[in-house]
Design a protein around this ligand. Structure first.
Ligand SMILES: [Zn+2]
Length: 386
């Protein structure tokens, strides 16, 4: 069933593990994310990034996606998640990643998202708090969970870019929770967006510990989120480059550090890059193993894009010839089914690995399901719009 994200984070916090949150850019990726969570009996958080919604709304040059594109895409992916997830035995949240403004959050909620992130981290503190507060007011009245961000992560993720990190101040984090009433907060503590996080990236887990400790003292019930946390499996990068890819140096976050922070107050870990890499590897492998697909009327153009973009590892670059498949999950012939199968398998490989490592295996039964209406009631009781 579809639930607000807060109910899933409640469980992660209570049992001291981290819930993986996985980004998708196409309907069959959402399908695979749900299937693999069912296999491991884990709650699931599916994420659509702001511009991924633009892409799933049919905008091939998704960097220029308009609000209208995002509105369409949000509806497409939410419809798909409902189709695959409505009768699922595991609780599923659909979360907007890096919502850029109030309107994008509204578009996602209207489309059927049960959780949104408003990323005001580039703004001065007061403006960030003000914007986040505005989204919280709108979302909580509808039972929808809100994630904010404080501190700046280095790296590139769609339109989110920064050259340098600014670590989150624990004092400011407490103030931010109080001022905004936000459910979850993405903090900057050493992770980084993108496929190259530098060698030996070191997470300052004491930042998470300090914030959580102060929250306990102040009676604030909220959760901390780790962005830019892909592990970037080296074997997948090597395989891509062995199959004609030309990926430059890549470095992820050591999984041992992520497991450690999952016991130090980080309740949600976002992963996007790992999925992109596994899907890219599978696409390359498919055309290497089945050369006749290169001339396929329906998927030959995907092969051409792989050839033309050897240094790319974002499947959105390769999938533009199959926009109906991306947006609606349409499978017109056996060749497209092959593409979908290798996309789903790529998703399952990395997501399954991380469900086990982050510790959410078997936690579906521990999660108290709540509807949006029940959550709206909860927020009302908890204090006004709070
Ligand atoms: Zn992020």
């Amino acid at each position: 069933m579809l639930v607000p994200m807060r109910t899933i984070l409640d469980t992660a916090d209570r049992y001291g593990y981290a819930q993986g949150a996985f980004n998708v850019n196409a309907v069959c990726q959402a399908e695979a994310v749900i299937q693999v969570h069912e296999m491991f009996r884990s709650p699931a958080i599916i994420q659509g990034a702001d511009l991924a919604n633009g892409f799933m709304g049919g905008r091939m040059d998704f960097m220029n996606a308009t609000l209208a594109d995002k509105r369409k895409g949000a509806k497409h992916i939410a419809d798909a998640v409902k189709r695959f997830g409505a009768d699922s035995p595991v609780p599923i949240a659909l979360h907007l990643d890096h919502g850029r403004d109030f309107e994008s959050c509204v578009a996602a909620i209207e489309g059927g998202y049960t959780s949104v992130m408003i990323d005001g981290s580039a703004l001065p503190f007061e403006e960030n708090a003000e914007l986040t507060r505005e989204v919280v007011r709108y979302a909580h009245a509808r039972g929808v969970t809100v994630e904010g961000e404080l501190g700046v992560l280095a790296g590139v993720e769609d339109h989110v870019f920064s050259a340098e990190s600014t670590y989150t101040s624990p004092l400011r984090a407490i103030e931010f929770f109080r001022k905004t009433g936000v459910d979850a907060l993405a903090i900057s503590y050493g992770t980084m967006h993108g496929a190259n996080k530098g060698k030996n990236a070191l997470l300052r887990k004491e930042i998470a510990i300090a914030i959580k400790e102060c929250m306990r003292h102040e009676g604030i019930r909220g959760y901390l989120v780790s962005h830019g946390s892909s592990t970037v499996p080296q074997y997948i990068v090597d395989e891509i480059n062995g199959l004609g890819g030309e990926l430059a140096e890549t470095n992820g976050i050591d999984i041992r550090q992520l497991i450690e922070v999952s016991h130090c107050g980080i309740s949600k870990i976002n992963v996007d890059t790992d999925i992109r890499l596994a899907v890219t590897r599978n696409l390359r492998e498919l055309f290497a193993k089945h050369p006749k697909l290169r001339d396929s009327a329906s998927v030959g153009a995907v092969y051409e894009l792989l050839e033309k973009n050897r240094s790319a590892s974002d499947p959105r670059v390769f999938l533009t010839p199959l926009m109906d498949t991306v947006m609606y999950g349409t499978v017109p012939d056996a060749d497209v089914e092959e593409i979908c199968r290798c996309i789903r398998n790529g998703v399952k490989e990395v997501v399954g690995t991380l469900i086990v490592q982050f510790g959410s295996v078997g936690k579906a039964q521990k999660t108290k399901p709540a509807t949006l209406e029940q959550m709206a009631e909860y927020y009302k009781k908890a204090g006004g719009e709070g």
